[in-house]
Write a protein of this length. Structure first.
Length: 377
């Protein structure tokens, strides 16, 4: 080996040594590598709370066969139902000038968007709120078809069902003056003035509360705080390794502590909805029963990406011991929530027509009365 070659080799080894030292130092200083699992989870929630805009998706983390296997004991549950549930997703996103953890109820910059439907297909329900303007679109034909499929045939039930079926059939016959109602019945976008509709809701609400059921930043903050308290303060966490570059953590939480946290977190939502929330009453009763399970634990799977909470999932089969025999799941049924930094484009939808309270009354009178020729249609 020549002298020049030896000299070059030494320089290469020295350079490699410097790179190795720098790499080792970088690894030692990397918080994600030095933090304990519990600290990583806390950091993940802290980073989530600092976001000013978020998108999340809720759905079953299972295919149609897995869902059917788990729920085949349920009354009238079919493979078609399983296929529908496997695709069904609730997408929600919001944006604000204020971080989630600092949210206030009167945040004027708050805006949100929501849609429910089969992933990749046209949503059955969409809603957006931008300032004092709200927008929504409901595929009423799809809703009525679903009701018919599950034994509630429109037109064969109460007067309201028959009126709704008639309204949908006659949507194109409505006069242009009822353009907002026409759009609503045809499953197209309509806009709502928040103040006007709250006043209308108050006049129609038998309880007289007229409370808005729209999401607000402070309620979101409460939900975030409940999850954080349950899965950071009360959980026993264990590193579950990496999958596709995403860290996974198993969080085991005493059921009674989760029940208390969620019951407290639901209070503002219950106050917001009032008598319009019978499902929340049932959930609160279920939480009361769960609160009595002193020795029962619930296991969550948490995923962490780029230091932020990226998702969580819970196997619904864990509640089997509290279910009636006919309601017990026959296998695992994981429900998952995924989080993403940033919100979808929250803009006013094109073609939206303003829907006024009197439009609804006019359309109903049109359906109950007569068409253009004065005869019942």
């Amino acid at each position: 080996m020549g002298e020049r070659t030896i000299h070059t080799t030494r320089k290469a080894l020295a350079a490699a040594g410097v790179v190795a030292i720098i790499a080792a130092g970088s690894t030692a200083c990397d918080p994600s590598n030095s933090l304990s699992t519990a600290a990583k989870v806390k950091q993940a929630f802290d980073k989530l709370g600092k976001q000013k805009s978020l998108s999340l998706e809720i759905g079953f983390d299972a295919n149609a066969d897995q869902i059917f296997k788990a729920m085949q004991g349920q009354d009238d549950f079919t493979r078609d139902d399983a296929a529908m549930l496997a695709k069904l997703k609730l997408d929600y996103s919001f944006g604000s000038d204020t971080a989630l953890k600092d949210a206030k109820a009167d945040d004027k910059s708050f805006k949100y968007g929501m849609q429910l439907g089969e992933g990749g297909g046209k949503p059955v329900l969409e809603a957006r709120q931008l300032g004092d303007k709200s927008y929504f679109r409901v595929d009423l034909k799809a809703v009525m078809a679903f009701a018919e499929k599950h034994g509630k045939k429109p037109g064969s039930g109460d007067a309201e069902s028959r009126t709704m079926e008639k309204l949908i059939r006659q949507a194109d016959q409505l006069p242009d003056s009822l353009g907002g109602a026409k759009n609503a019945l045809k499953g197209e976008w309509v806009s709502l003035d928040k103040a006007t509709f709250e006043e209308f809701a108050k006049s129609m609400d038998k309880s007289g509360s007229g409370k808005s059921t729209q999401p607000d930043p402070e309620t979101q903050k409460k939900v975030y705080e409940v999850l954080q308290r349950a899965l950071v303060d009360n959980a026993e966490v264990k590193d579950a390794g990496k999958k596709n570059g995403v860290e996974h953590v198993t969080a085991t939480v005493p059921a009674n502590k989760v029940a208390k946290d969620f019951a407290e977190g639901l209070k503002p939502l219950k106050d917001k909805l009032g008598d319009k929330a019978p499902s929340l009453d049932k959930l609160n009763k279920d939480l009361d029963e769960l609160d009595k399970k002193k020795d029962k634990n619930l296991v969550f799977d948490l995923s962490i990406k780029d230091g932020m909470l990226a998702g969580l999932s819970l196997d619904a089969a864990q509640f089997n011991d509290d279910a009636k025999a006919e309601d017990k799941l026959q296998g695992p049924l994981p429900i998952a929530i995924t989080f993403k930094n940033g919100a979808a484009a929250l803009t006013a939808p094109a073609g939206a027509k303003e829907l006024k309270p009197q439009d609804l009354m006019g359309a109903a009178m049109f359906a109950m009365g007569a068409g253009k020729d004065g005869k019942d249609v």
